[in-house]
Design a protein around this ligand. Structure first.
Ligand code: TYD
Ligand code: MG
Length: 459
């Protein structure tokens, strides 16, 4: 038998190395390399190098690009508006979409609901490797989903799955979950990185050759997992993450990568007794609401995707016993926090070098835009002084390294959204403030420098 070739794949970033090393040379993570077996030398070249357009060995034909039918034209709705939104306006023919998330977050539920809706118009196949057919059917029944057109298969062997697919010709396939898939062309154990990667590569190739859309469900383990979906991110067209906080019924579906749409789009759902319900107008659901304003909290209007969203940024600043005090950001970028604290020191005269600083975005959502800069600093200041910000105040704005507050896009739309929810006062960049008197719904304080913003927040 020909000798199998091996490689070492990082479960964090998916980078491939020829030999084992303790640290991934690509992303710097430690102990994340695991050995994968590439197909034996007698077999065709490894699937990673074979999938997609390079699939055929015969010389490819040159075609005028204008004569090629774009797959983007053939978008179909998943039947769930929030899901379509995150996909960039529906599912593209032949697209492979990885849906990742913690166990129990609701991935199977979401895909079952979408598949049931899609099966009304498209032949659909739900492949389950984790639950039995009876469990899947039971859930569909309980949720009152249409089941007539939905085919299901309890199978984990990729060869058998593809045989069934060739016979049944579905236009959409769900593989739940990709971690259960295995191929008999590899000797590695099911669940290992090489099995998951190879099985996924087969499905990707099938999708591209037949124009079948494929959803791969993948669990993310807290440790990154040996067969975590990270290694799959490079292979697929879109990576969506399904997130939420335990204890909250709200779930956020976010595009992390999307060849067919924007990546900052959010879909919001609520998990209830009847499965996942869309929250088409989610603007204020992440506010803690209720009780009086607490120290260390600042509400901001973020604009993830195409909708304004009111979120609460919390900070806890506490004297640190450590010589290197902690800076922890949850839902925000860690490095940016360190930078903002430096600006606060240099241009606001406020020292936090002897303090631990924790910041968090309430509701388990992530804010990536720089509009969060000012709210973060105001929350930090409020916690440090143990004094709440003035009632009904919101803030947004980018903070520059020289202490200037910069305007951000769509300022007026954000202000209007805040006013709709009863906020009375806004601290924003001068460039985002409407001309005086133009905006009657709330008092808008336009600031140019960090020191002005700190003053406005201390009143
Ligand atoms: P599931 O879709 O199985 O999660 P995943 O596939 O991501 O592991 O969802 C499991 C959780 O969702 C489970 O804890 C129960 C809850 N749930 C509801 O609250 N209501 C429902 O209608 C359903 C189907 C699940
Ligand atoms: Mg599941």
């Amino acid at each position: 038998m020909a000798k199998s070739k091996t490689a070492y794949v990082c479960s964090e970033c998916g980078a491939e190395h020829n030999k084992w090393q303790g640290q991934c040379a690509e992303c710097g993570a430690w102990n994340t390399l695991s050995e994968i077996v590439l197909e034996s030398a007698t077999a065709a070249p490894p699937a990673s190098r074979r999938s997609g357009w390079a699939g055929k060995l015969e010389t490819p034909k040159i075609t005028a690009l204008k004569d090629v039918r774009s797959s983007e034209e053939a978008r179909v709705s998943t039947g769930i508006g929030e899901f379509d939104r995150v996909l960039g306006g529906g599912l593209v023919e032949g697209a492979v979409v990885l849906v990742g998330g913690d166990p129990g977050i609701g991935k199977s539920t979401l895909l079952l609901q979408a598949m049931a809706k899609m099966s009304l118009t498209l032949p659909s196949l739900y492949v389950t490797g984790e639950e039995s057919l009876a469990q899947v059917a039971g859930r569909a029944l309980r949720l009152g989903l249409p089941m007539d057109g939905l085919q299901a298969l309890a199978e984990t062997g990729i060869e058998k799955i593809l045989d069934h697919a060739v016979a049944a010709q579905p236009k959409v396939i769900v593989a739940d979950s990709v971690q259960t898939l295995w191929t008999d062309s590899l000797t590695a154990a099911p669940g290992s990185v090489s099995q998951v990667r190879e099985s996924a590569a087969r499905l990707v190739r099938y999708a591209k050759e037949t124009g079948t859309a494929v959803f791969l469900i993948g669990h993310v383990t807290k440790e990154g997992g040996i067969a975590g979906p990270r290694v799959l991110e490079h292979m697929v067209d879109a990576v969506l993450y399904f997130e939420g906080e335990s204890g909250s019924r709200f779930r956020v579906l976010r595009a992390f990568k999307n060849r067919f749409g924007a990546v900052n789009e959010l879909g919001v759902f609520a998990m209830g007794e009847k499965g996942l319900k869309e929250v088409p107008n989610p603007s204020a659901i992440f506010l803690s609401g209720g009780s009086a304003q607490q120290p260390g909290s600042c509400v901001m209007v973020t604009r993830e995707g195409t909708r304004p969203l009111l979120v609460e940024v919390q900070a806890l600043v506490d004297s640190s016993p450590l010589s290197n005090p902690r800076r922890v950001a949850v839902g925000l970028e860690q490095n940016r926090l360190a930078m903002l604290l430096a600006v606060l020191h240099r241009h606001g005269g406020i020292v936090t070098s002897d303090q631990d600083v924790f910041v968090n975005v309430v509701g388990g959502i992530r804010v990536q835009e720089t509009a969060a800069d000012l709210p973060v600093l105001l929350a930090v200041l409020s916690s440090l002084r143990d004094k709440p910000l003035p009632e009904k105040t919101i803030a947004f704005g980018e903070v520059g390294l020289s202490g200037e507050i910069r305007p951000i896009p769509n300022g007026e739309e954000r202000l209007r959204e805040a006013a709709t929810h009863g906020f009375k006062r806004a601290i924003v960049a001068k460039g985002n403030a409407p001309k005086s008197g133009a905006f009657k719904a709330m008092e808008v304080i336009g600031v140019e420098r960090l020191s002005d913003a700190l003053e406005a927040a201390s009143e």
